[in-house]
Write a protein that binds this ligand. Structure first.
Ligand SMILES: [Fe+2]
Length: 198
């Protein structure tokens, strides 16, 4: 549904289809996360952005990605992981601009799949991935758009209205617009997909 006649890159279309299936399966009817995710997928369905010509960028932490994606659970999230594995070599993996501590800088990376600087360049959505090595704390940050996270591995999230929470294999994390939030990995690498209507 994201592919036929849209002119969309096939690997991006496959990733979007797997992501929508996994997110919507675990987003309760009428929930904030379902509303935000539906908005993002509707925008992607309505219009396809240009494929970016920029060269991929690797990060030192990319070495843990294949192993982390291989054990993603359950089946719907494993499908997202497989679609992401196919895209991973084309992504631009970058640390947070504010990451000055070398140990943190080399232990995490973000990559945009659809959105500014992504494989599909567009301004109306952000869909991307955060990868972290074990035992890494991602610092508190905020942004105007609301945000939904789909965890592909164990990990914990905090926001100003929620204590530290591991959403588990069937949970989602929702961050309301502008809220302060953080995340952290445990004993294993962390991979999570984020979706924001911008
Ligand atoms: Fe965020």
């Amino acid at each position: 549904m994201f592919r036929s006649g849209s002119g969309r890159d096939h690997a991006v279309a496959d990733f979007l289809a797997a992501l929508e299936t996994a997110v919507m399966a675990d987003a309760p009817e009428g929930s904030e996360e379902r509303g935000a995710a539906a908005l993002v997928f509707d925008r992607c369905r309505r219009r396809t952005g240009a494929v970016a010509a920029s060269a991929p960028v690797e990060s030192p932490v990319c070495g843990v990605l294949p192993g982390a994606l291989a054990v993603a659970q359950p089946a719907l999230r494993q499908a997202v992981a497989e679609a992401l594995a196919a895209l991973a070599p084309r992504l631009r993996w970058k640390p947070r601009a504010s990451a000055t501590d070398p140990a943190f800088r080399d232990a995490h990376a973000n990559a945009t799949v659809l959105g500014p600087g992504g494989i599909e360049e567009r301004e109306d959505v952000w869909i991307g991935v955060t990868l972290m090595a074990p035992n890494v704390d991602y610092p508190e940050h905020s942004h105007p758009p609301e945000e939904v996270y789909l965890a592909l591995t164990p990990g914990e999230w905090w926001n100003a209205r929620m204590d530290w929470t591991d959403p588990g294999p069937h949970g989602l994390i929702y961050n309301p617009p502008g809220i302060a939030h953080r995340m952290r990995s445990g004993e294993t690498p962390f991979v999570a997909v984020w979706l924001l209507p911008s």
